[in-house]
Design a protein around this ligand. Structure first.
Ligand code: HEC
Length: 228
């Protein structure tokens, strides 16, 4: 027997193991697939993770410390662990609860509901296989800084999970133009997202916004925080 033979045996065994894993039910060991680059469908990194982090992985809910119902929804590996059937949104608890009512709905009252487009996006991501799509080449143009097209989209993706509803975090609402303008004018908006000294770093317990997104917010504020 030579070395190559043993190598072949190991490779065949490894392929066998990989295939065996593929057929396990997702709830008992779905490892997730990481795909990097553009045109891979819904982008987990930029479109889905921020929604989970700001709406679900909150203190008292599904951050690592609180893990209500044993759900921790703060990272890809934790999000795919439970209640998620890749390829089957309507069979996934994590998706179904978005449409419940009363105390069964998630985010639980008094936290605000996800918007209809946000729910659709999560469903689409699950139906596409719940993959860890990263480095998606999402375009951000720091010369575009309009409230409706740019700023409000950042707020609803990264911030309103905590800063909306009847008990907003830090007693700060970022759910509409008038309220965002208050934080723009008092300097806290830029202070918080740029992680400036003396401000709480935002979004809380999540990655810093991209330099391009921070530039869009800064330029919008400097230009007078218009409702444009
Ligand atoms: C997971 C919940 C959460 C998310 C997401 C979140 N915040 Fe906050 N935010 C808080 C809490 C809690 C406070 C109160 C201060 C603290 O505990 O750090 C706060 C405080 C603030 C403050 C006041 C900071 C200061 O030092 O005066 C601003 C401004 C703010 N947030 C803006 C934002 C913006 C903008 C986003 C999105 C880019 C965001 N937050 C996302 C929870 C959150």
């Amino acid at each position: 027997m030579n070395k190559n033979f043993y190598l072949l045996v190991i490779v065949i065994a490894a392929i066998g193991l990989m295939n065996a894993c593929k057929h396990l039910p997702p709830e008992s060991g779905f490892n997730g697939t990481t795909v990097s680059g553009a045109n891979n469908g819904v982008c987990f990194e930029t479109d889905i993770l921020p929604l989970f982090q700001s709406n679900c992985a909150k203190s008292g809910c599904h951050d690592a410390a609180s893990h209500q119902g044993e759900y921790i929804l703060d990272s890809y590996s934790n999000i795919i662990k439970k209640g998620l059937v890749p390829g089957n949104a309507t069979g996934s608890k994590i998706y179904k609860v978005l449409f419940e009512t009363g105390n069964n709905k998630m985010p639980a009252p008094p936290n605000p509901d996800l918007t209809a487009p946000q729910k659709i996006l999560i469903g689409q991501w699950i139906n596409e296989g719940a993959r860890n799509t990263i480095g998606c080449g999402v375009s951000c143009d720091s010369n575009q800084f309009k409230y409706a097209a740019n700023i409000s989209v950042i707020m609803s993706t990264y911030c309103t999970g905590c800063h909306a509803g009847s008990i907003p975090s830090g007693n700060i609402l970022l759910n509409n133009y008038a309220n965002v303008k208050i934080q723009a004018n008092n300097g806290r908006l830029v202070g918080a997202v740029s992680h400036a000294a003396g401000y709480s770093a935002m979004p809380k317990n999540a990655n810093k916004l991209s330099e391009c997104q921070i530039a869009q917010i800064r330029k919008w504020v400097v230009a007078g925080a218009l409702n444009n």
